[in-house]
Every structure is written in structure tokens, then in C-alpha cells.
Design a protein. Structure first.
Length: 204
């Protein structure tokens, strides 16, 4: 999961500049995303799409044998990305990976994203990435559709931040609607999206 996320967000308009040293960005970003993935694995919401056999696993707890094509990192309603217990380790990691200016910018971005999150209960898609060798095959959206079908069945709204405007139309095709715009230091503007659960119409 870390490998896919580090590659997927290496040149991202928001997450690329968060790790400003181009020479060390792959290693620094990898260490950061590894920490965030471990935090997400406190829950069973995150999903992966396997490649070798073309099958999807409903959650990480179900395991799997194939190489991963795509990963989605989810949090259940009411959950924070970093647990209270892990905050000291998170701050230490950021201080080790980034200089003071970049660390402050990352902290400010985190505050602005947190402030923008809706107060209504929702499942939170924080990261969606596709392996470099699998790009262009629709795997990310396929993985997202699988998750949305389950949240629809459970009646749970979902929320995400689109760090790359190129993906906005894809989210809207799946029923997401623009919610807010988060403005970050440096001028980046991030569109957030909300999706109410879709209720299946009865057939007679």
C-alpha cells in the first residue's frame, strides 16, 4: 500500500509539494505514507484491488495473494486519521522528515482539512491510489465503486478531498457533489466532495 500511495502522490498538486526536496521526496513520502497507512489499519475500512487474479478483497483483513493494483484508505464515521496515542510519534516523524518550514506547512494543511470535514457522520476516503503499472485501467474507480456499494447498503454518506482537479469529474460521475474548497498555503485549492448514500429502487 505504501509503495502505491508514494508513487501515486509523488507529483500530486498538493502532496508533491508537501515534500519539497525532490532528491529525497520518494523516500520521505514513503516514510510518511507508511505511518499513515499503519494508522488506517486500526480499522477494517480500507480496501485493496488485487492484480494477479483480478479479484477485489472487501477489506484488508480478508488478505489476498495477488499484487495490488489499487488501494483506498478509509476511516469509519467519527474516526481521526491519527489516534491520540500516535500524535507524539507523528510529530516526531514529521520533524525528522521535513525542515521547519515544510513541517509547519504540512501541519497547517492538516488543520485546514480537519476544519473542513463535515460534522455529520460519514465514512472518510482519505487516499485513493493506483499502482504505476496499472494506471489507465479504471482500477481506482472500480475499487471506489465497491466501497460505495457497501456504504450505500449501510446508509452511510461518504466524504473525500480531491487533491488533483483531474479527478473531480470521475468522482462526480459516481454521485459525489462539491462541498467546499480548502485553500492551502502556496495557493493550492482543494475541492471537497460529499455523497449521500444511494438507495436502491425496488423492482417488481
Amino acid at each position: 500500500m505504501t509503495r502505491i500511495l508514494a508513487a501515486a502522490f509523488l507529483e500530486d498538486p498538493v502532496w508533491g509539494p508537501a515534500f519539497p526536496d525532490l532528491a529525497t521526496r520518494p523516500q520521505v513520502a514513503g516514510a510518511y505514507w507508511r505511518f499513515m497507512v499503519r494508522e488506517a489499519l486500526r480499522f477494517t475500512e480500507s480496501r485493496v484491488l488485487e492484480g494477479a487474479h483480478g479479484g477485489e478483497s472487501d477489506s484488508l483483513t480478508s488478505g489476498g495473494r495477488g499484487a495490488l493494483r489499487a488501494v483506498s484508505v478509509w476511516y469509519p464515521p467519527g474516526a481521526d486519521e491519527v489516534s491520540d496515542e500516535a500524535h507524539p510519534a507523528y510529530e516526531a516523524l514529521v520533524g525528522e522528515l521535513l525542515d521547519a518550514e515544510a513541517a509547519a506547512a504540512l501541519e497547517q494543511a492538516g488543520v485546514r482539512f480537519a476544519d473542513a470535514r463535515p460534522s455529520e457522520p460519514h465514512a472518510y476516503l482519505t487516499l485513493l491510489g493506483v499502482a504505476p503499472e496499472a494506471r489507465g485501467g479504471g482500477h481506482g474507480m472500480a475499487l471506489l465503486r465497491t466501497a460505495l456499494a457497501q456504504y450505500d447498503e449501510a446508509g452511510i454518506p461518504t466524504y473525500l478531498e480531491s487533491s488533483n482537479p483531474a479527478n473531480d469529474a470521475r468522482y462526480e460521475r459516481l454521485g459525489y457533489r462539491p462541498r467546499d474548497v480548502v485553500e492551502l498555503a502556496g495557493g493550492a485549492r482543494v475541492q471537497t466532495f460529499w455523497r449521500d448514500p444511494h438507495v436502491a429502487r425496488p423492482t417488481f
